[in-house]
Structure formats: structure tokens, C-alpha cells
Design a protein around this ligand. Structure first.
Ligand code: ADP
Length: 259
């Protein structure tokens, strides 16, 4: 999670933010937001100054997952004050919208919203700003890669073929846009029954590692299907904030990114 020392001319990236890391997926529902929030918390616990921007316009989940609901203040009407939760500086498009209304925005509006969330939010000094992208390969991804100088992107996928198929498209987009792919994460990898210890490969297993090897990309790790992870996300305290095995797995992922 190195970063550009000086923002380029016309860049959305604030000078106080060392690096921007995008978290993307091809398909929705593979755990991109869960991984984003937990990685952000794990990086903060490792001593980094971390921001988390929920740019998933169509389904912003970070307010729920990070346990915040307050509308961010804008005392001067120009800049926006971010929120803080679990050691992370946070902003979500979901906090600025009516949660019950669907978002139907055209490209230029999305671009404006993203620009506001990156350059008008008072992020302060950050080592890394994690951006939770919408699924797929649309305008938000395009704008972020072209205008915000991300240091790289992380791809989250389940081992299932349909998820991998879409993950390949997302990776293709990042390489076309010259955004380096920092690595792939396999989420919902295996399921271990808490009653009997039986291991089931619900979405398959190992597919993401194999794909990463094929593409010559780093494989950052795999995360099991885990009831506690789901419940922690729903309750607003990411599992990485605790001290169980899932928190240890996220701490290891964060360390791999720092190294
Ligand atoms: P995406 O951002 O890709 O749409 P989410 O992070 O919102 O996906 O995850 C979709 C659902 O799956 C959420 O309810 C989340 O709590 C759950 N989930 C994500 N990862 C896991 C996991 N490893 N184990 C159990 N549930 C998970």
C-alpha cells in the first residue's frame, strides 16, 4: 500500500492521503464490503491511519457494517466531516442518501458524487484510503482509476465459477486502466460446521488461488464462510475488531498488504 508522494495535476486524491486502495469484485454478494470493512479495521489495528470510503452507490453497506448512521456534518457548506468508527475514518454515500430510495444516476452524476466523497471530505492524514467499490465495471470504477490515482486494487471473489468469471472481467478492467492489482482474496471459501467440525465446500474451494496463479497475481488469502463474521457485520462491529480466528485471519491479510 505504498503510494504516490505528490498528487498529479487535476487529481481527486487529497494531498494528505498517501495511498488509495480499491476493493472490487465482479459479482455482488461475494463479500466485498465485508472484506473492505474488516481490512480497514485490521490495518488500523496494525497502526496505520486508515480511511474507508463506501462508494457502492447501489448498495452502500458500510454504515450498517461499521455501526454508524449519523449524517456527516458540513459546517462550511463546502467540506464534509467524515465519521469515525473502530479506529477508521469513514464516509459512505449511504449516509447522504435516503436509504429507502433506489439510486438511478447517470455517469456524470456518479462522477460528481465520487469527486465530492474523495476530495471534499476532510480525511486528514491517511496512510491508506480503502474504497469499497460497487460490483462490476462501471462509471465509479472508471472515474476512480482515471482521476484518483489508486495505488492498486484488491479483487474479492468466491471460488464459484460464476463469481470468478466476473472477477476476471473486473481484473481486465483494472489492467486496461493501468491500476495495478495488488492481489486476490477468496471469500466464503469453506464452511466448518461448528457442531461436528465437518468441512463443506459450499462454493467450491481453491478456485481463486488457482486463478491468481494463472494470472501471475499475488494470492492474499482465503476466508471461510463464518456465522460470526456475518453476525458481526450485521451488528456494526466488524469481526476484525475482536480477537477470534477471523480477526487473526484479517490481521494476517493486513500485514501482507503492509509488507
Ligand atoms: P458484497 O459487498 O460483495 O455485495 P457483502 O460484504 O455485502 O458482499 O456480503 C454479502 C453477505 O454475505 C452479507 O450479509 C455478509 O454479512 C455475508 N458475508 C460476507 N462474507 C462472509 C463470510 N466470510 N462468512 C459469512 N457471511 C459472509
Amino acid at each position: 500500500i505504498g503510494g504516490h508522494p505528490k498528487p498529479q495535476e487535476g487529481s481527486m486524491k487529497p494531498a494528505s492521503v498517501k495511498s488509495i486502495v480499491a476493493v472490487g469484485s465482479g459479482k455482488g454478494g461475494v463479500g466485498k464490503s465485508t472484506v473492505s470493512s474488516n481490512l480497514a479495521v485490521a490495518l488500523a489495528r496494525a497502526g496505520k491511519k486508515v480511511g474507508l470510503l463506501d462508494a457502492d452507490i447501489y448498495g452502500p453497506s458500510q454504515p450498517r457494517m461499521m455501526g454508524v448512521s449519523k449524517r456527516p456534518a458540513s459546517p462550511d457548506g463546502k467540506t464534509i466531516e467524515p465519521l469515525h468508527a473502530h479506529g477508521v475514518t469513514l464516509m459512505s454515500i449511504g449516509l447522504m442518501l435516503d436509504p429507502a430510495k433506489a439510486v438511478v444516476w447517470r455517469g456524470p452524476m456518479l462522477m460528481g458524487a465520487l469527486q465530492q466523497m474523495i476530495s471534499q471530505v476532510q480525511w486528514g492524514e491517511l496512510d491508506v484510503l480503502i474504497v469499497d467499490l460497487p460490483p462490476g465495471t462501471g462509471d465509479v470504477q472508471l472515474t476512480l482509476c482515471q482521476k484518483a490515482e489508486p495505488s492498486g486494487a484488491i479483487i474479492v471473489s468466491t471460488p464459484q465459477d460464476v463469481a470468478l468469471l466476473d472477477a476476471r472481467k473486473a481484473m481486465d478492467m483494472f489492467s486496461t486502466l493501468k491500476t495495478p492489482i495488488l492481489g486476490m482474496i477468496e471469500n466464503m471459501s469453506t464452511y466448518v460446521c461448528p457442531e461436528c467440525g465437518h468441512e463443506a465446500q459450499i462454493f467450491g474451494h481453491g478456485g481463486v488461488k488457482a486463478e491468481a496463479e494463472k494470472m501471475g497475481l499475488p494470492f492474499l488469502g482465503s476466508l471461510p464462510i463464518d456465522l460470526d463474521t456475518r453476525m458481526a457485520g450485521d451488528s456494526g462491529t466488524p469481526i476484525a475488531a475482536g480477537d477470534g480466528p477471523a480477526a487473526a485471519a484479517y490481521a494476517a491479510l493486513a500485514q501482507r498488504l503492509i509488507d
